[in-house]
Design a protein around this ligand. Structure first.
Ligand code: ZN
Length: 302
């Protein structure tokens, strides 16, 4: 399942290619599992809207859409129009699930099997070629829905989608300690709990716990402040390094261009069961914790 670095890579890639463009046509597959909002509502909200930005919140891709006042307006409406529509953005939320992909494609490339949504774009100004954003998801655990931010009140920005938990890359040390210190569950389970921090999955939980030398089975509440501080530092470092390398391609993950990531080459424990620890040569052990396979070095992680 794509985690924070993979979703960040995809969102940044899609943003770079499509922001500022208008959606001229929407096609959906009619598969009810994929769409948490009615498909005709999604099509209505998207058709004619301009893509303001594509960003990541936790493991969710958030596409912010603005509607111009006049149909068929150019891709970059006048500033006054933008100002006027600032209060009513719509957000399209895309969760990739296990196997979801969000790709930016040329229209002439045949649709992949299991394509569930195609957004045809107006094309960038001065560019004749149109592009499509395609959502492909063989196992259909991915989800697409609309989110209407709360309208802005005086001097406030509209309340945009902020996800179920806190953001791992920006949380303060005090905030991090406040999240984990009260938890009586194993630290690995607490890291996977999306209502605490969002975006962390099995790979980055295992890799950050190894680098912080903390055993995944330790009760979160019994970790010292120094250990929690070390965990936060290593977690941020691992996530940033993984984003730099385009994420981990462990199954069929690819970015917006269909390219694979390279962080899997940096994995020190994840899926290295029985192989020697890169620090002490003790064989890496695999256990099941919170229903997930968990990899650690029994010597380095206490
Ligand atoms: Zn070791």
């Amino acid at each position: 399942m794509p985690e924070l670095p993979e979703v960040e890579t995809i969102a940044a890639g899609v943003h770079a290619r499509v922001h500022g463009q208008r959606i001229v046509r929407v096609w959906t597959s009619g598969k009810p599992q994929t769409f948490k909002s009615p498909e005709d509502e999604i099509a209505r909200a998207l058709t004619g809207a301009r893509i303001e930005s594509v960003r990541r919140v936790g493991k969710t891709i958030v596409m912010t859409l603005h509607r111009g006042k006049t149909p068929g307006a150019p891709s970059f409406p006048a500033l006054s129009e933008r100002m006027g529509s600032v209060k009513t953005p719509t957000e399209l939320l895309i969760h990739l699930g296990m196997t979801g992909r969000l790709l930016v494609s040329a229209p002439e490339i045949p649709l992949a099997p299991h394509t569930h949504a195609v957004l045809t774009l107006s094309g960038a100004p001065g560019e004749s070629a149109r592009r499509e954003i395609r959502f492909v998801d063989p196992r259909r655990f991915g989800r697409i829905s609309l989110h209407a931010p709360q309208p802005a009140t005086d001097n406030l920005q509209p309340a945009t989608f902020s996800g179920p938990g806190s953001e791992p890359l920006t949380i303060s040390l005090a905030g991090f300690i406040a999240l984990f210190h009260p938890r009586r569950t194993p630290i690995k389970a607490a890291l996977l709990n999306q209502s605490l921090l969002h975006g962390i999955g099995n790979i980055y939980a295992d890799e950050s716990l190894f680098r912080a030398a903390i055993r995944p089975t330790r009760q979160a509440a019994l970790l010292t402040r120094a250990e929690l501080a070390r965990l936060r530092t290593t977690l941020v470092k691992v996530l940033r390094h993984a984003i730099q390398l385009g994420g981990s391609s462990v199954s069929d993950y690819v970015d917006a261009d269909g390219a694979r990531g390279f962080f899997q080459l940096q994995h020190r424990v994840y899926r290295r069961t029985g192989q020697p620890c890169l620090v002490c040569a003790t064989p890496i052990r695999r256990i099941t914790l919170a229903g997930r396979s968990t990899h650690f070095c029994p010597h380095c992680q206490r």
